[in-house]
Design a protein around this ligand. Structure first.
Ligand code: LMR
Length: 345
């Protein structure tokens, strides 16, 4: 009889062979789990964790529309929002393996591949969107984007979401004192952990798709996110207080599996790049619009007590967190920190 052990050995060999094939640069003209059929469109899976009505969700849909149009249906984009296909950790692994072709993770979530990207979490690094966009044009950021090549991922674009704000359900967070003893959800990385430690708070890395439940069940008391993520994830149902601090950024790097991209014919590569450039312009407009719209909708909803901190109140946080720059300079590099500071001048 064909026993379970034999079956599992056979499955492992099949998996090893198919991985070897990908590693050897087999032309991935369709999804790697299905062989290409002549005439069938090349499928591009685009997986993300937010809802379809966010800047990232809308731009992913725009990219689909543009690429399918430009390639006259030779390429088909399947967009999977809301962690439907993969959550934070899995989407990164699966993009490297080529089982999903495009992802647009929050920059912070790439910390395991390149710890330097944690510049994004240094508190109060950027004063406004303009400074962020200027930094993205810098040589330092171009190097960061190229640093994912060795992990089979090609950086295609930078997409903004916006500035992060704190929310919690215990008390209004107006001074560092108010954070003492609370526990916050973080996206990933040592800088965010240190940020909360400096405030006397605890932290836990929790996948985006599990954060609502963690807030609801009290696993954590609070979190930090953009107005639009707070709004579209309905955190107002499980969080009572929101402090407008603009203390950190949440932005994305759009990544494509580079074996997949390199295997495309030049005209299709161009179509991917052109569609991405157009989708990026659209994403930037949407991020700016939806950031404001979500703040308005949270205010109108009346479920959260929203406080805009004064410059003096923010100054207290800024002074307290300043030592994090020295603490993380060797990890993030002086080059990256200086480039970000120069963009803010
Ligand atoms: C988060 O985990 O809070 C965000 O990175 C989610 C996202 O993709 O905007």
């Amino acid at each position: 009889m064909f026993n379970k052990k034999k079956l599992s050995v056979l499955l492992s060999i099949t998996l090893a062979l198919s991985l070897t094939a990908v590693g050897c640069g087999t032309k991935p003209s369709a999804t790697t789990d299905k062989p290409a059929t002549a005439g069938a469109p090349i499928v591009v899976k685009f997986s993300h964790v937010v809802t379809a009505d966010t800047p990232k969700g809308k731009a992913a849909d725009k990219f689909k529309e543009l690429l399918e149009q430009k390639t006259a249906g030779k390429m088909k984009v399947e967009v999977y929002p809301s962690s439907q296909l993969y959550g934070d950790k899995e989407e990164l692994e699966q993009a490297q393996a080529g089982n999903v072709q495009i992802i647009a993770p929050s920059i912070t979530k790439l910390v395991g591949l390149n710890p330097k990207i944690q510049y994004v979490d240094l508190p109060f690094l950027f004063p406004d969107n303009k400074a962020v966009y200027k930094f993205w044009e810098s040589e330092a950021n171009k190097k960061l984007m190229n640093s994912f090549d060795k992990f089979s991922l090609k950086g295609l674009a930078m997409w903004p979401n916006g500035f992060k704000q704190f929310t919690d359900n215990k008390r209004p967070l107006l001074t560092p004192e108010d954070f003492k003893g609370l526990k916050f959800r973080t996206q990933a990385g040592k800088v965010l952990e240190a940020q909360f430690k400096t405030l006397g708070a605890g932290s836990a890395t929790i996948a985006f798709g599990e954060t609502y439940a963690a807030l609801q069940q009290g696993t954590v008391d609070g979190q930090e996110n953009t107005f639009n993520n707070i709004d579209t994830q309905k955190y107002q149902e499980v969080q009572k207080y929101l402090s407008v601090t603009n203390h950190g950024r949440l932005d994305y790097i759009v990544l494509i599996n580079n074996t997949f991209f390199n295997g495309l014919a030049p005209d299709l590569q161009k179509a991917v790049l052109d569609s991405m450039a157009e989708a990026t312009k659209f994403e930037i407009e949407q991020a700016e619009l939806l950031d404001k719209a979500s703040l308005e909708s949270l205010k109108k909803g009346g479920k959260m007590q929203i406080t805009e901190l004064t410059p003096a109140q923010l100054g207290v946080f800024q002074k307290l967190m300043e030592p994090l720059y020295a603490e993380f300079e060797s990890m993030i590099s002086k080059e990256v920190i200086d480039a970000a500071k120069n963009a803010s001048k």
